[in-house]
Design a protein around this ligand. Structure first.
Ligand SMILES: *Cc1c(COP(=O)(O)O)cnc(C)c1O
Length: 336
């Protein structure tokens, strides 16, 4: 796709690494597992929101914004990275935090919450689950306007079509990298949350006729509604990127068996996955997204879903700062 047509800020030099995971592959008895290290993207502690923010912040600057306003959960990686991007650009940043689990916000909590304070969020508004988040963000933007300032409002997870272009770009990066390394890819497994990552990759693979199936592991929604939402976002993203539409409905595949008690609620399989990646490969996952996505990958591998010699890439979307808010859970003994 001709993505250079879009204004973009640059937060990561070059490509993120695509690395083999030989020890984990051996421990599971196949398939051949690889990992795309988007946890090593730029901005404070990296992660997938960095790719989306390259396009979103470029638009904010073009519109003359002085403040980024966005929304996320109480340990939101997206809020941390939006705040870091704001600092990089000399902008202010205000956050709406949605308390998806009642009583889960603590002003002195560790992890990303600590980083919100260290990076100096100008204003943090905590709202209960079920709040109209768009309205809450526009409330902050209106307050800023009344002060003669200009806000740029970024939707949750940066998952607008413009933000999702970051993962159209990642799809192309992955294909170029696989060609460069002489490495065919049989399958891609990712975490599926607000959906910009998933939609962008599906649009990007479709536009390049890649023929690589993607499995999204839901961290919150049931499969069907998640696939429906993704289908819409994927068409919008494809249209924006200049990818022929429609992208087929069956390109969107979501499994929801790792959600457990709900968004951000720990599961035994997540704890095991975080421990396995740490102890076999020295790679830090996170408890909310990549821990559950990796648990989905491990369950599929154990169930014989992949051929023993197939090459399966796991997209590491970041999030390790949240580990420090879950220490007790993550050191609990498991069968691993
Ligand atoms: C936001 C996030 C995701 C999910 O990405 P979406 O584009 O929202 O689906 C996955 N992993 C981490 C670490 C995240 O912060």
């Amino acid at each position: 796709m001709h993505l250079a047509r879009f204004a973009r800020r640059r937060y990561t030099p070059g490509w993120t690494p695509l690395e083999p995971m030989p020890h984990l592959s051996r421990a599971l008895g196949g398939p051949e597992l690889w990992i795309k290290r988007d946890d090593l993207l730029g901005l404070a502690s990296g992660g997938n929101k960095t790719r989306k923010l390259e396009f979103l912040v470029a638009e904010a600057l073009a519109q003359g914004a002085d403040t980024l306003v966005t929304v996320g959960a109480v340990q939101s990686n997206h809020c941390r990275l939006t705040l870091a991007a704001a600092r990089r650009e000399g902008l202010q940043c205000q956050l709406v935090l949605e308390e998806r689990v009642p009583g889960s916000y603590r002003e002195d909590a560790s992890g990303n919450n600590f980083l919100f304070r260290l990076l100096g969020a100008e204003r943090i508004e905590v709202v209960p689950d079920g709040t109209d988040l768009t309205a809450a963000m526009h409330g902050l933007a209106d307050d800023l306007k009344a002060q003669g300032r200009t806000a740029y409002v970024i939707p949750g997870g940066g998952s607008s079509p413009l933000g999702a272009l970051g993962y159209v770009a990642c799809a192309e990066e992955l294909l170029a990298q696989s060609f460069d390394m002489g490495l065919t890819i049989d399958h891609l497994v990712i975490a599926s949350g607000s959906g910009g990552t998933h939609a962008g990759l599906v649009a990007g693979f479709h536009g390049n006729a890649a023929g690589i199936p993607i499995t999204g592991v839901s961290v919150r929604a049931a499969s069907k509604p998640q696939e429906e939402r993704l289908f819409t976002l994927t068409q919008q993203t494809a249209e924006l990127a200049g990818v022929p539409t429609p992208v087929p409905r069956d390109a969107l595949h979501v499994i929801d068996d790792q959600v457990g008690g709900g968004y951000s609620v720990p599961t035994d399989a997540m704890v095991e996955a975080v421990q396995l990646f740490a102890r076999h490969e020295g790679i830090l996952l996170d408890p909310v997204y990549t821990g559950k996505a990796a648990a989905g990958l491990i369950a599929l591998a154990r169930a014989g879903h992949f051929g023993e010699d197939e090459r399966v890439v796991f997209l590491h979307t970041g999030g390790s700062p949240a580990l420090y808010a879950y220490q007790d859970v993550l050191l609990a003994p498991t069968g691993a």
